[in-house]
Design a protein around this ligand. Structure first.
Ligand SMILES: [Zn+2]
Length: 73
């Protein structure tokens, strides 16, 4: 029971997202197959872009730029 509490929640070694060491997570200790593959480097030679939250960050950046323009008024 104690073991279950301890290993219940961990952070993915790669992206630091919440992960699980439970047997129900086939990619443990990683949060997903993607992180596991990245760590293994099995796709290092492929031109595969990691879908991160960059697009969201860029969108926020654009919004900030737009707001700046408005401030000039
Ligand atoms: Zn991860």
């Amino acid at each position: 029971m104690l073991d279950d509490l301890v290993i219940k929640k961990i952070l993915c070694p790669l992206c630091q997202k919440k992960s699980s060491l439970k047997a129900s997570n086939p990619y443990r200790p990683f949060c997903s197959e993607r992180c596991k593959l990245i760590d293994l480097g099995s796709w290092g030679s492929e031109q595969y872009k990691i879908p991160t939250t960059n697009s969201e960050a860029e969108r926020e950046w654009e919004e900030n730029e737009t707001n700046k323009d408005k401030d000039n008024d």
